[in-house]
Design a protein around this ligand. Structure first.
Ligand code: MSP
Length: 623
């Protein structure tokens, strides 16, 4: 059966980050597993170039939007390459043929009466490129990202989503596994229950010209989501290559993050219904990577992980292994360097690395590298093979069911049980007592090396290429225990997963008081900004620290740990307008990241925060 896996296409308003890398790797790993199990698969990824947010950055940089997008493409393709993502299609929404297709779809829906003109007044969140009503807002802010929205009042074109709501609800009820995980299906049904409003699908060109022109009204461009979602069908030949489109689309699986459920699980299916195109097979919704302490990753918090840096330092295979194994698919995960190193050291270096070394070392040393015959048995052999086979037999189905974490757990169990089998049978002792029996044990261990390596190959494709050298580049692909051919020569595994030395924690920053004078250039390096404390709470197990969130304006909210608990209760400092040293390197205090310092004055045993006039705007630099 043909299958088609897609990522969301990334906005090009900045460099790609860990979330983009994860989603591409996740999609790649499902594509690779399905290929391994014999399916003909395509993978699509790409970039979403139109819309307000990309336009704003281009304007800020004084660049033509297309030239700006062009300049960022290498960052995205380099990340895919560095992450070993083997995609077939890299989609750009500025592609001529896509723009034509979007226009012909718009025309079709307009002619059908599903798109019509009306007056619109609503709140627009530019970072999310999404329209909200007053009711949707959370304390006047975007319900998704919590940022300020802008009121947009203009005549616009609308897509009548509600017309397809019942049909879609019926579809969802009949196709229980359309949305993974299940709780996201319930979330979607909840949205449908509230009733669907018409979807605004245009923007007035004079206000935001960076989009695909509406074919029946030259004063408007297409709303970025209506344009972007269509990439999924265009990427495999919708309206241009019917045969290709028809054969892959029925096996389409969209992999997306939880923040864009509304667009994929509500807008897109109703759009497809209006277009009379069948719905994809599945939508898989993953969680978000969070920074230390479970905080959202954001540039302003300074806790964004640079995937390229990690890949360059530790290799793509360890990076892929970590993100796929650490994140339970569908839920949020926390990325910390410590967890990363532990995963690598415990599972790749210890469990898998040891198996590779032990099994190959003894065959090379004692059998001249020739794979021995499994002609004898110890008391442990049958039980080991049977447990191994039980785990092996469930993996393919787990992948089809998107139970990636369970599949990876089982592969690691197979590896660990082989290590245990070697400890139980002790071939290093058997070699002196019964060489033939020792050879049989080593055959079984090598067979486990072969099968578990193949099963891990979608996760660690680059390392798998090196593992193949053990078998002189030829590794029988049959996933059945016993298919390894005795009599062939193997090589000793080189150290494939060396342990990562843990770097020492940076020393706690000590205050250095100098009584000498500094020059203005040194003073100029310090950035002190006006801020407002918007959240304050005690820190568990500390009578000295308070954990605060400080608003520095323009969406820059800092988490700051302050040693002021002896002088203030959390409620005393809430809403205080204060000063913040805002360009300090983040420090970890009691395991919590602190992204700045609240300025205070100490006299004897008393300490007071430096408070400022609440009329002063937030985020202003002291000059
Ligand atoms: N352009 C839209 C998608 C259009 S698809 C027709 C978009 N782009 S995005 O660049 O903001 O996000 C791309 C993908 O990255 C989304 O699926 C999003 O959920 C995912 N992630 C963004 N930040 C993330 C994390 N911190 N963690 C995991 N994935 C996250 O939305």
């Amino acid at each position: 059966m043909k299958k088609y896996f897609t990522t969301a296409i990334s906005y090009v308003n900045g460099k790609p980050h860990l979330g983009h890398a994860y989603e591409a790797i996740l999609t790649d790993v499902f594509t690779r597993y399905n290929k391994l199990f014999g399916h003909d698969c395509l993978m699509l990824t790409g970039v979403d170039e139109h819309g307000q947010k990309v336009y704003d950055v281009a304007v800020e940089k004084n660049m033509d939007p297309l030239a700006y997008c062009d300049s960022l493409i290498p960052d995205f393709t380099n990340l895919l390459k560095a992450s070993d993502v083997d995609y077939d299609v890299f989609f750009r929404t500025t592609d001529e043929s896509h723009m034509k297709n979007v226009q012909s779809i718009l025309q079709k829906l307009y002619d059908k009466g599903d798109i019509y003109k009306d007056y619109y007044e609503g709140n627009y969140c530019t970072p999310c490129e999404t329209f909200y009503t007053e009711k949707d807002l959370n304390d006047g802010k975007c319900p998704e990202c919590g940022r300020e929205t802008t009121i947009i009042k203009e005549e616009n074109y609308f897509f009548n989503m509600a017309k397809y709501a019942d049909q879609y609800e019926e579809f969802l009820n009949a196709n229980d596994d359309f949305i993974y995980p299940k709780f996201r299906k319930n979330e979607t049904l909840g949205i449908l229950k509230k009733g669907l409003r018409p979807l605004c699908i245009s923007r007035k060109k004079e206000k935001m010209p960076w989009g695909i022109e509406i074919p029946f009204d030259k004063d408007f461009v297409t709303y970025v989501w209506f344009d972007a979602l269509i990439n999924y069908i265009d990427g495999i030949g919708y309206l241009t290559d019917d045969e290709k489109f028809n054969s892959y689309w029925s096996g389409a699986v969209h992999n997306i993050g939880k923040d864009i459920l509304l667009h994929h699980c509500v807008y897109w299916p109703t759009m497809l219904m209006a277009m009379e195109v069948p719905l994809p097979k599945k939508i898989v919704i993953h969680g978000f990577w969070m920074g230390e302490g479970g905080k959202k990753m954001s540039k302003s918090l300074g806790n964004v992980i640079d995937p390229i840096g990690l890949i360059e330092k530790y290799g793509s295979s360890s990076f892929r292994f970590y993100v796929l194994r650490e994140m339970s698919l569908g839920h949020d995960g926390v990325f910390t360097k410590e967890f990363f190193i532990n995963r690598h050291n415990n599972e790749l270096a210890n469990d898998f690395g040891n198996l590779l070394n032990r099994a190959t070392h003894m065959v090379v040393k004692n059998f001249d590298g020739i794979i021995p015959e499994p002609s004898k048995k110890t008391e442990h052999c049958d039980a080991f093979i049977s447990e191994f086979n039980t785990l092996l037999s469930g993996i393919e189905q787990k992948i089809y069911d998107y139970e990636l974490n369970k599949a990876l757990d089982d592969i690691m169990k197979m590896i660990r049980s082989t290590n245990k089998y070697m400890e139980d049978t002790a071939p290093w002792k058997l070699i002196k007592e019964d060489k033939e029996l020792c050879g049989a044990v080593l055959y079984n261990a090598l067979e486990s090396v072969r099968i578990t390596s193949i099963l891990l190959s979608p996760v660690i494709p680059k390392k798998f290429e090196e593992i193949k050298d053990i078998f002189n580049g030829e590794i029988p692909g049959d996933l059945e225990f016993g298919k390894l051919v005795p009599g062939k020569k193997i090589n000793k595994a080189v150290s494939l997963f060396p342990k990562i030395e843990k770097e020492k924690e940076p020393e706690k920053v000590k205050e250095v008081v100098q009584d000498n004078l500094i020059g203005i250039e040194d003073f100029g390096k310090v950035e002190i900004k006006t801020g407002k404390i918007i959240k304050a709470e005690s820190v568990e197990d500390s009578n000295r620290l308070l954990l605060t969130e400080v608003d520095l304006g323009n969406g820059d909210v800092r988490q700051i740990v302050a040693g002021i608990a002896k002088f203030y209760q959390p409620e005393d400092i809430l809403n205080k307008h204060i000063l913040v040293a805002s360009n300090l390197k983040p420090a970890i205090i009691m395991g919590i990241e602190s992204q700045g310092m609240l300025l205070s004055v100490k006299k004897g045993k008393k300490l007071r925060l430096v408070e400022i006039d609440s009329e002063l705007p937030l985020g202003k630099k002291l000059v």
